[in-house]
Ligand binder design. Structure first.
Ligand code: SDX
Length: 378
């Protein structure tokens, strides 16, 4: 094989063969296992979509009921994990708490039996079931409260919202939240998924795979952008300030959060759906002035940056949806992780099916034959 040129960010270089999802960045098309995201968002549930991603096909009635049942009854976390989380600093970011807690699962379930389908199934169920419980538990404990036990009478998304507030959520809010999870569940070879696959390729346990992916998702260039979008909208403050704010960013060559994408050169189809979900929430629960600012931003950014293919991405409107549900801003990225665990686990299984350890090369541009200078002469 010939030596390739170095491509910063590995742009355009395939890191795997995958049948999990597909993006056409020119057409603004996203499919999970061949099914359009719009169809899944309007007809599926998060758990059904997770099943589709992880096991490769839509479940039949019995398969779906069995998966939902297993997830429902594995939501509780061990009291030792709760105790460990209680000792986390309350000022710590919930993504760091989640990364540490996900990694800690590996201490309790360390048997690494990667050829055993029962082990794989258990790990999938445990991670899908407990990640939301850990996110909610940290939220409560950092405020000095005991965590709220999962409510077996509620489905996946309603239960998560319940664990944040101890109130049964409004059905529309709960359905919209579930659709948000569908939209965030998977997205080809993004940074956190790449991270998950690299970790998986060493044949380590799935808790280490998910913990490494959570760490990668948190950065502001990736999943962490949803939190930064809200901070940006608050800083802008009113519609009149949008244009000068964007012009200022462009002058300083600063990135405008929630815009741009390595693959999409048109508006991210998930942003279009999220915008519609936000409007449904505003119609029921009241308007949000930050939505007006967001609309103006989309208009001005299009005017200035459409020639570079810079449009809203998935992180632009999601925060407005979660904010209207009363969810604290620093939980937005952990919520992204709750959803993306489905994609990470699908990639974990796919990587194991035809594994070869990731070991790329580099273009060395350092010294050779350099002299060792004794410390007193430096
Ligand atoms: C996610 O990969 C995935 O699939 C990720 C994701 C998923 O579901 O997993 O979709 C989720 O991570 C969404 C992205 C969230 N991040 C942000 O919103 C942060 C702001 N966006 C950017 O920093 C940026 O657009 C990235 C990180 C998303 C993509 O980076 P690239 O592909 O490396 O692009 P780049 O930074 O090299 O930019 C290319 C050009 C530059 O201009 P030129 O130097 O060529 O003149 O586009 C400009 C950039 O300056 N540009 C922007 C911009 N994004 C790109 N200019 C202003 N604001 C922006 N947001």
């Amino acid at each position: 094989m010939s030596v390739c040129e170095f491509r910063p960010g590995l742009e355009g270089i395939p890191a795997a063969q995958s049948s999990i999802s597909f993006v056409d960045g020119q057409k603004g098309l996203l499919e999970y296992r061949g099914i359009r995201i719009e169809e899944l968002a309007s007809k599926s549930t998060f758990l059904e979509t997770a099943y589709l991603l992880i096991w490769g096909q839509l479940p039949d009635f019995e398969e779906l009921k069995a998966f939902e049942h297993e997830v429902r009854y594995h939501r509780r976390i061990k009291y030792r994990i709760r105790d460990m989380m209680k000792s986390f600093p309350e000022s710590g970011h919930p993504m760091d708490a989640l990364q540490a807690s996900a990694a800690a699962l590996g201490l309790f379930y360390s048997r690494r039996d990667l050829h055993n389908p029962v082990y794989i199934r258990d790990a999938v169920v445990r991670l899908v079931a407990t990640i939301p419980t850990m996110v909610a538990a940290f939220q409560l404990m950092r405020k000095g409260n005991d965590p709220i036990r999962p409510n077996d009478g509620l489905d996946y998304s309603a239960n998560f919202l319940y664990m944040l507030s101890e109130e049964e959520p409004d059905p529309l809010a709960s359905r919209i939240f579930d659709v948000c999870l569908i939209l965030h569940a998977e997205h080809t070879m993004n940074a956190s998924t790449f991270s998950a696959r690299v970790t998986a390729s060493t044949l380590t346990d799935p808790y280490a795979v998910v913990a490494s992916a959570v760490g990668t998702l948190g950065g502001p260039l990736h999943g962490g952008a949803n939190e930064e979008v809200i901070q940006m909208l608050e800083e802008i403050g009113c519609v009149e300030n949008v244009r000068p704010y964007i012009e200022g960013c462009l002058e300083r060559k600063a990135k405008i959060m929630g815009f741009g994408h390595r693959v999409y050169k048109v508006k991210d189809p998930r942003a279009t759906i999220l915008q519609d979900l936000a409007e449904q929430l505003f119609a029921k629960f009241g308007h949000d002035k930050y939505y007006d600012i967001a609309l103006e931003m989309e208009k001005v950014v299009e005017e200035k940056l459409a020639n570079k293919g810079i449009y809203p991405n998935v992180d632009f409107y999601s925060g407005l949806v979660y904010g209207k549900m009363g969810i604290p801003t620093d939980l937005f990225t952990p919520i992204f992780a709750i959803a993306r665990v489905a994609g990470w686990l699908a990639h974990w299984k796919e990587q194991l099916a035809e594994n070869r350890i990731f070991r790329p090369t580099q273009v060395y541009n350092g010294l050779h034959e350099a002299a060792y200078i004794p410390i007193e002469q430096r």
